[in-house]
Design a protein around this ligand. Structure first.
Ligand SMILES: Nc1ncnc2c1ncn2[C@@H]1O[C@H](COP(=O)(O)OP(=O)(O)OP(=O)(O)O)[C@@H](O)[C@H]1O
Ligand SMILES: [Mg+2]
Length: 223
């Protein structure tokens, strides 16, 4: 069998850890505590996909307003507003859907992907989406529904999740095809951000921690 198609991440160093990037059509989780770079990684992936690979992307953001997130990312050279102007990036602020049933959030995302004929869906973050919805018992249904619908349609999904350091994964970790963990660790009098690929189906991925830097752009290097 030929090897699966991969989407380069746009993050220097990360593709070398993963045989060239994230497998197309798979569901990828980016997990980490607050401030570990989940949004920067997801936004870099989206920006590179639109501006370099000419893919169509839907970026659903929940926890930060679109304007705030775009301004923040622009400082890191990720100009999402410019990418939107190409017509190949659609940023959706789903904060407005707070309190609505999870079902309507899912269908809105799936419709946006279909309408724009996107190949990539980013959900930043899955944790915020679930907190914003009524029931806590729907994660399994959500994962199953998104997995079936989007995988069947060959859409690559990237979801960020908030992860308490040292805590395990729930169903999302088992369902996802890959899990990339970001961590802040204290080193002398400052913290460092590090990354490890915890799993990546079909991939001989690096099993080592790597150091993450965000400026002038997100880069992953030897730890
Ligand atoms: N515009 C910026 N300029 C410089 N550094 C930044 C900028 N935005 C973020 N950072 C740095 O990158 C880190 C990661 O930011 P990011 O927003 O990606 O975290 P996150 O994991 O998405 O956090 P949260 O769980 O709160 O959403 C920040 O803690 C900060 O140190
Ligand atoms: Mg974030």
């Amino acid at each position: 069998m030929s090897s699966p198609a991969r989407i380069p991440t746009g993050v220097e160093g990360l593709d070398a850890m993963s045989e060239g990037g994230f497998i197309r059509g798979d569901m990828h989780l980016i997990a980490g505590a607050p401030g570990t770079g989940k949004t920067i990684l997801a936004a870099t992936f989206a920006y590179n996909a639109v501006t370099v690979l000419h893919e169509r992307v839907v970026y659903a953001t929940f926890e930060e307003s679109t304007e705030y997130m775009e301004r923040n990312m622009k400082k890191l050279g990720i100009d999402l507003a410019a990418a939107e102007k190409t017509g190949n990036l659609k940023v959706i602020d789903l904060d407005a859907l707070k309190g609505k049933e999870l079902e309507s959030n899912i269908s809105l995302l799936i419709s946006a992907v279909k309408e724009t004929k996107s190949t990539i869906l980013i959900i930043d973050s899955l944790t915020a989406l679930l907190l914003a919805t009524e029931s806590k018992f729907e994660l399994r249904a959500f994962m199953k529904s998104v997995y079936k619908t989007l995988k069947g349609a060959e859409v690559t999904t990237i979801m960020t999740i908030s992860q308490t350091p040292g805590a395990g994964f729930g169903i999302e970790g088992f369902v996802a095809d890959s899990v990339t963990l970001l961590e802040n660790v204290v080193d002398k009098d400052q913290f460092k951000t590090r990354m490890m690929i915890l799993k990546m189906r079909g991939t001989e991925n690096s099993k080592r921690y790597h150091t993450v830097t965000f400026l002038p752009r997100m880069t992953v290097s030897k730890y």
